[in-house]
Design a protein around this ligand. Structure first.
Ligand code: NAI
Ligand code: MG
Length: 361
């Protein structure tokens, strides 16, 4: 009888390659921790479209609901990004459907600087070397989901429109997640909004301020998102947790990623509840399916392996295992096991083997 069940969805391009490497690390890490995992695999997005004519089968959603955590490689590719089959799938039918179905609203996107990799960032020495920023992005609401939305003709011209909207419960639950996360880190939370110009953000700021009363140990700062972007690049070390709506969180997480040096290093989690204890989640690297290097065995699996660490922390409630994996990745990088995106010659397999050797050391 397994202790936890995991659903693994490789997806497309380099997705299955980085996921296979990360699953090997998962197996060794769980073995060392003395726990047993039941890992089931399924297809998502392009791979699911080719096999089943859909980006995400109902069976996959059911399996994801039943699992303790879902691991994803990466999805997409030119063959499917512009699919125009009548009645065919849209981007929203794959990974976004899974996130929505599981109500995975809390997007954790940590970006940390690796001092040894500073030459891959645009920062001058000393400015960002120990930066460690956690962007918390609301994932299931806001302008990307609210209605009305659409395109029509108005006064003889084409007209496209979306709605920026949140209700107070949606704001309160992401705010609680932000305060709880800050508590486990340096105790500082920045909430980024545009409350100076938009009603939904006035409500956002008001609700975040109300929730703050329950977390007197966390320092809350409200910032306008544009200023927040500027300050994050000016003084990255000043930031701990940065929280924003779906759209602002999307921009700020890519911006924060600059401190780390390569897209291939960045993990993410989409939690279906507030961090703390055991909460189901979907874990995936931040990068896409990288069709330009797919099939060559040279993709950097670090982002996926670090996503596995996040899974151990949040969905399996084994933070000690998470720290062990992170330390092993760090030692593998520091000792020069670098894939070509970091100027080295290590293969996907070779990097995973180095991490496994460090885990066992
Ligand atoms: P991408 O992240 O796939 O690639 C951007 C660049 O970074 C490429 O040069 C790629 O070779 C490199 N790269 C990415 N991950 C890497 C890794 N692990 N190791 C080494 N190099 C890496 O973004 P792009 O090219 O814009 O999109 C490609 C496809 O991925 C598209 O179909 C897009 O829709 C999809 N996509 C999927 C995402 C997801 O699964 N969450 C996120 C972003 C894009
Ligand atoms: Mg993005």
């Amino acid at each position: 009888m397994a202790d936890f069940s995991i659903l693994a969805l490789g997806g497309d391009g380099i997705g299955p390659e980085v996921l296979a490497a990360a699953l090997d690390v998962t197996e060794v890490a769980s073995g060392l921790a003395g726990i047993r995992l039941d890992i089931a695999e399924d297809l998502l997005h392009g791979a699911a479209w080719e096999a089943h004519g859909t980006f995400c089968r109902e069976e996959t959603v059911t399996a994801a609901r039943a699992a303790d955590a879902v691991l994803v490689g990466a999805v997409g590719g030119p063959e499917w990004d512009d699919i125009r089959v009548p009645g065919g799938p849209e981007m929203q039918d794959g990974l976004m459907r899974l996130r929505k179905a599981l109500d995975a609203y809390a997007g954790l996107r940590p970006a940390r600087a690796w001092p040894e990799l500073g030459r891959f960032t645009p920062f001058r020495a000393g400015l960002a070397e120990r930066a460690d920023i956690m962007v918390l992005r609301e994932m299931t609401g806001g302008v990307m989901f609210a209605s009305p939305r659409g395109q029509e003709r108005r006064a003889g011209r084409r007209y496209g429109f979306d709605t920026a909207a949140y209700d107070e419960d949606e704001i309160a639950r992401i705010a609680h997640a932000g305060f709880r996360l800050a508590r486990t880190r340096k105790g500082r939370l920045v909430s980024a909004d545009k409350a100076n110009v938009m009603e939904s953000y006035k409500l956002w700021r008001a609700v975040v301020t109300e929730v703050a009363a329950e977390y007197p140990d966390v320092t809350l700062t409200h910032m306008y998102a544009d200023n927040c972007a500027f300050q994050m690049m000016r003084t990255p070390l000043a930031f701990d947790v940065v929280m924003g709506c779906n759209l602002i969180g999307d921009f700020l997480s890519d911006l924060a990623a600059v401190v780390s040096g390569s897209l291939g290093l960045l993990p993410s989690a989409c939690l279906c509840g507030s961090p703390g204890g055991r909460v189901k989640g979907i874990y995936e690297p931040v990068h896409g399916s990288a069709p330009d290097i797919a099939g060559q065995g040279i993709a950097n699996p670090a982002g996926t392996i670090l996503s596995v660490a996040m899974m151990f922390e949040h969905s399996l409630a084994l933070p000690a295992v998470a720290r062990r994996i992170e330390a092993a990745v760090e030692r593998a990088l520091v000792s020069g096991h670098l894939t070509p995106d970091l100027g080295g010659t290590a293969t996907t397999r070779g990097f995973a083997d180095a991490v496994i050797a460090e885990l066992r050391a």
